[in-house]
Design a protein around this ligand. Structure first.
Ligand code: AMP
Length: 389
């Protein structure tokens, strides 16, 4: 089945057209600066990258351009999969778009206002413009929906939890689900308790036992948990009250600071990109070295937390930008987990490949893999399953 996967943000729209049987990607791209001056579409087809300077006043125009561009591709679109950041209290799994399910995406949007409203608008536009095509909602939270209550519940009053739906929703669920699937294909019955480590500019860990999410490090929103590119991860919640009362920062200022000015960027005082930070540390920059040390420290700490939530762990999988590519960061995290019996083979760790692979020694108590994630393929496979071929 040829599926168009759409990932809409407030001012961007990523797309990919792929086939679920052959897994061939026919074309992909990103509409950038929607509603802002200087908009363009970065399009890639047959390995050739193109920059199309077009006016994109709104998402409707962007979608129209994407369909026009894709008309020349010899793979008629048979279904559309929409990544939705927040499925809230409605989506334990992906769902076909109906008036009702689309309404749910809007209803839970206050939990992820920068994403869900744009995603809902794009879904509506696709239904209107191409009524012959089925659309599927793939929420990034769905995989975490059924984690045990002791993992998702916050210890705050029950009436607040119930009225405002305050709980751990997690994120990166589509990636963690893909990682479980791939690891299970490779390892079969040797893997029962997996910690999936999605380490990119956003980062989260997920404890997965026999395919079920048992816990994850992101919370009500993707701000919680690990230290990320520009997000602080877990801090004492009272930091917010303190900064508001004592430093006179508004809630919006603190939101911006914690989401966009913190994390690796803040500690390194240099960059949010781990490549720049590694380079800085190599040339003796102490702030960059601290950013890396803190990244290893928190990642290994939360790895142990995920293992504790399953009362054990047999497999660890690194994925996403840092997890797939940074030999140094993988080694740094693994080094701090030696006490748990993690032992990676430095030569295997150095190998660069697009294929999933084991990088631990045969004696390692925990099998360690590098598994390239593929959220678009996971979304397309859900579309195929829900809409049929
Ligand atoms: P993602 O959000 O999954 O696209 O990951 C983005 C992050 O991955 C960037 O901030 C980089 O820090 C990191 N990254 C990407 N490529 C490499 C690489 N070749 N070596 C080290 N880090 C990388």
């Amino acid at each position: 089945m040829n599926v168009l996967v759409v990932n809409a943000g407030s001012s961007s729209l990523k797309y990919q057209l792929l086939n679920t049987d052959t897994r061939e990607v026919f074309a992909k791209g990103n509409c950038e600066r929607i509603g802002i001056d200087g908009s363009f579409i970065g399009h890639e087809e047959n390995g050739v990258k193109d920059k199309l300077e077009v006016e994109l006043p709104d998402h409707r125009t962007a979608i129209k351009h994407v369909f026009d561009i894709l008309k020349t591709v010899d793979a008629p679109i048979e279904g559309i999969g929409h990544r939705v950041v927040q499925g809230g209290w409605y989506f334990p799994e992906s769902a076909v778009v109906t008036d009702e399910t689309l309404g749910w995406v809007r209803e839970v949007a206050p939990l992820a206002p920068l994403h869900n409203y744009a995603e809902a608008d794009v879904i509506e536009i696709c239904r209107e413009m191409f009524p012959e095509l089925g659309n599927v909602i793939v929420p990034d939270t769905a995989f975490h929906y059924n984690m045990p209550e002791k993992a998702w519940r916050y210890a705050i009053p029950r009436d607040v939890v119930d009225k405002y739906h305050v709980r751990k929703y997690g994120a990166h669920g589509t990636s963690h689900r893909f990682i479980w699937r791939t690891v299970h294909e490779m390892m079969g019955d040797k893997t029962h308790k997996l910690v999936s480590c999605h380490l990119g500019s956003g980062a989260s860990l997920c404890a997965i036992e026999d395919g079920k999410c048992m816990d994850t490090t992101m919370g009500l929103t993707p701000l919680d948990g690990l230290i990320m590119g520009t997000r602080c991860g877990t801090v004492d919640p009272a930091t917010v009250f303190y900064l508001n009362r004592v430093a006179g920062m508004s809630i919006d200022d603190i939101d911006t600071m914690m989401n966009k000015q913190s994390g690796l960027l803040a500690v390194s005082a240099k960059s949010s990109d781990s490549r720049d930070i590694e380079e800085g540390a190599n040339s003796g920059d102490a702030n960059c070295q601290m950013a890396m040390d803190m990244f290893y420290y928190r990642t290994s700490q939360l790895f142990a937390e995920m293992a504790a939530s399953m009362e054990g762990v047999d497999t660890m999988a690194f994925t996403a930008g840092i997890g797939e590519n940074s030999v140094t960061m993988r080694a740094g995290v693994a080094e701090r987990l030696k006490w748990m019996g993690v032992e990676i083979d430095p030569e295997l760790n150095k190998i660069r490949s697009d294929e999933p692979r084991v990088i631990s020694t045969p004696d390692s108590a925990i099998t360690v893999l590098v598994v390239p994630t593929n959220e678009e393929l996971m979304i397309a496979l859900d579309v195929e399953e829900l809409l049929g071929k």
